[in-house]
Structure formats: structure tokens, C-alpha cells
Design a protein around this ligand. Sequence first.
Ligand code: NAD
Length: 501
Amino acid sequence: MTAATLPEVHPLLKEFLSRKLHKLLIDGQPVEAASGKTFTTLNPATGETLGVVSEAESADVDRAVVSARKALEGPWSKLSPADREKILHKVADLIEARAEAFAQLETLDNGKPIREAKSGDLPLSAALFRYYGGWPTKLHGETTPVSVPYYPGAKFLHYTVREPVGVVGAIIPWNFPLLMAAERLAPALACGNAIILKPAEQTPLSALWLGELLLEAGVPPGVVNVVPGYGKTAGHAIAAHMGIDKVTFTGSTATGREVVKASAGNMKRVTMELGGKSPNIVFADADMEAAARGMFMGIFYNQGQTCSSGSRVFIERSAHDKLLEALAAKAKTIKQGNPLDPKMAMGPLVSAQQRDRVMSFIESGKAEGANLLAGGSSVAGPGYFVQPTVFGGVKDSMKIAREEIFGPVVSVFPFDTVDEVMTRANDTDYGLVAAVWTKDVKKAHQTAARLKAGTVWINCYQFVDAAAPWGGVKQSGYGREKGQWALENYTSLKSVWVDLN
Ligand code: NAD
């Protein structure tokens, strides 16, 4: 498909993209950065400028905190839980109504295939608002049967109340820009908080547009502030701010460490969703067609730029050669090109920097003697494309086997016994997800129990839902997003004693 025959950009999106400057959203108003600075965001499929964006720094985060604090005391806290539910459902309705335009924006800003944006990012984002839209009326406390040993016979009424944490800072990455924003905003709003959201500098546009949609749905001004900018300035200012009560961070483990350090000043609550190097384990008794699909989807979805990518595939030796061959053959036929074209299964990586980073891992795999079976090159021309790449003959000690690549590069290893593969699968600093493929129910559950990961998929891969918890162990982070568990992150529990004597 040539540029001339690509699908038309949705009229709503055309209008949004025609803005000369995409301003910060503070106190319900589009405002320029205090410094007047701007940065550009690119279409990674072409390298062309997609938009110019105001660049938030610490002075803008200060303004956002003032606005969020004011909003917390204002109409937001006066709304009934039922009213908050209506607003969240309206957000879901509006996202669904504009799904086509938002999907195109995600594809243009991030490079993800439009078919993935439409089937994954958009419905999941709406579902998060729908799911958390049900919670405000169910966030109740409890009564507790207390006993006081130093006051025998005394009677007390004791109850708990769930209150908003206050002002939440959300720092998110570029791989699922709208979805990551929705995953933070929906539960934080359901629990009655105000939020300062910093999208990644590579993909700031959908968060800004979502901020406007929230206002339209009835979220009062100042409750959600969107401050695009760089990590070391805007991100650090959020992590360190004394007026922010909680930070929810998704990104790399190295940055997560910086955020934890910066957040210590006022002891803010922190949740960390970090990187992964996840094992995808195929036993010889598995449904091989399903396993092949799962391996493929596990590594090449979103160009491999998923925290949960199955970047280490372990295949039981008797099935290894055939399955590896099938994976490499399929990787060679994948359609990669302009992601707005619905026929494309893969687009570019998000930036030239990310392409170069991924290519340096591929070069290290070649140099360390791994067996390159498919891909291995970047694609010349505009855009930041890297071929889907399959390495066999990888040693556990190689850099491509140990470090998170965050690109379409898979390392495949044979194994002989269950004990051996469990040890090797767990031999990583990370622990985000893992998968097991087998028809043996006992083996499936036994291995799921032994895998050190926040999520284990059995005979499936890359499944997520608003209702299911998400998070890691070890250096993949702590805390759980999504489901009822995220409500803990965004509420404080108050303990109330009433003397009945
Ligand atoms: P990154 O850590 O470079 O950036 C993430 C965010 O942090 C961005 O908004 C960035 O501007 C900001 N940031 C950077 N430096 C900062 C600092 N010093 N203080 C505060 N904020 C700062 O990560 P990335 O390259 O954007 O995203 C890829 C990483 O995210 C991968 O490691 C991936 O595994 C991880 N990720 C994890 C999950 C999960 O749920 N566990 C989901 C998506 C991505």
C-alpha cells in the first residue's frame, strides 16, 4: 500500500492533529509550559513530525499539583459514588464512540499495527473505565469485632472507611500509551483521587486527547492534569514532589529505581510495574499449533515492545528442532510495513533510539555466537523498522538471554527435564510473566506453582483483563494494577473507634 492508498485519517483526528501546538492540560485548560519550551513527537513509520507539544518541567508540575489539590477539595469530593460511576461509564462510552480515531492516533504516534490498536488497546482502555465504573458504589469499609485487654468488658464500635489517597502522580511508558493511561486513571478516579499524568515523551498525544475527553464526560477541571515532558525533568518532579501522595510508575527497572529514590522525601506510596525477560516453556506433549501461535504472539505482538514479551522460549528437546524451524519460517513471512495499513502485522519500533538499541542486542547475539535463523536487520528507508528476529543455539549466559531487549527478538533454547527448565526459567532478575504449554494438567499446575512470576499463562499467552491483577515479582516491580487489587493502591484505610460504654 502506498501512502496515497492508506486509509483516510479520521476527521476528528485530522482536526486534533491540525493543532499547531498540543498544550499541557492543567486545571481543565490547555496551557503552554511555564518555560515556553516545546518538543516534537514523530510518526515512527515515516520519521515525520506528528505534532509539537508543550514541554512540562517542574514549574508546570507545581501548577498541576496546586490544581489537583484544589480539585480534591472542590466539586470532585462532593460528587456521590453513583455520580462518579456515571462519569466513568460516560468515559467508556466516549472512548468506544471514538475508537477508530484513537486507534489511528496510537498507530501514528507509537507505530503499532492499526489492527492491534483496534482489537487490543482501544477495547481494553474502554473496558478499564467500564470495570472501574462499577466500583465507586462498592468501596465500603467494614465493622470489626474489637477486644481491648486493658479495658475488660468495654464495648466499642469499630469500623473502617476507604478514603482517596489524595493526589496521584502517574508516570507511564510509550508502548501502550492510551491503555497505560486508562489503567492508572480509571481506578484512581473510581477511588476519588486527583491525578497528574505524565505520558512518555515519545507518545504524548493520546493522553492529552483522553484528558479532554474526561472533561467532556464530566470529570471536573483539575482532577486530571496531563503534563507531557521528559523523565529527568517532569517525571523526576512528579516522583520527588512533596504535594503528591502516591506515584504509580510503569517503565524500565533502572528508571523505577530512580523513582523510588526520588519518592522517599515525603514517603509517598509507590507501585512499580517494571521490565521482564519472560520464559515461554513448551513441553513436547503440548498442542504444537497452539504453542507455535503463542510463541509468535508472545514475542512479536507490538513489535516485541511489551513488558510481558516471551523473549526466552524453552522447548523440550524432542520437539525443539521442528518448532524452532516453524517459528523462524513464520517470522520470515510476517507482513511488516506502514502500520496504518490493516494488512500489516508489524510496524516500526517507536523511535530511532529504540531501533538502534534493539540492533545492538542483535549484533551482540551474532557476536556471541548465537544462531541467527530469521531477521537480524533493520530496514532501510524512512521509519524505524527492525525485522522479526529468531535466534537458536543461545547460551543462558549470553546478553540476549539475560537482558530485556524490548524488541522483536526471541532466544530459543532446548531443555531436557522439568527441574532443569524450572531452574533456567527462574534464573533471571525479572519475574513479570511466564507461560507453560502442555496437555498434562498436573504438570501444568505443578510448573505454574514453581515459576517465579506475577502472572503465569497455561496454554495461552498475552491475555489480560481489567478484572485480573497485573504486576511482577523480583525486579519486575511490586504492587498490583488492575482488578480489585488496584483499589488498595488508590485508597487509604481509616480506622474509627466509637466508645459505647
Ligand atoms: P523508561 O523507564 O525509560 O520510561 C518510562 C517513563 O518514565 C517515561 O514516561 C519517562 O519519561 C519516565 N522517566 C524516565 N526517567 C525518569 C526519571 N528519572 N524520573 C521519573 N520518570 C522518568 O521506560 P520506557 O523505555 O518508556 O518503557 C519501556 C520499559 O517499560 C520496559 O522496561 C518495559 O518492560 C517497561 N514496561 C513495564 C510494564 C509492566 O506492566 N510491568 C508495562 C509496560 C512497559
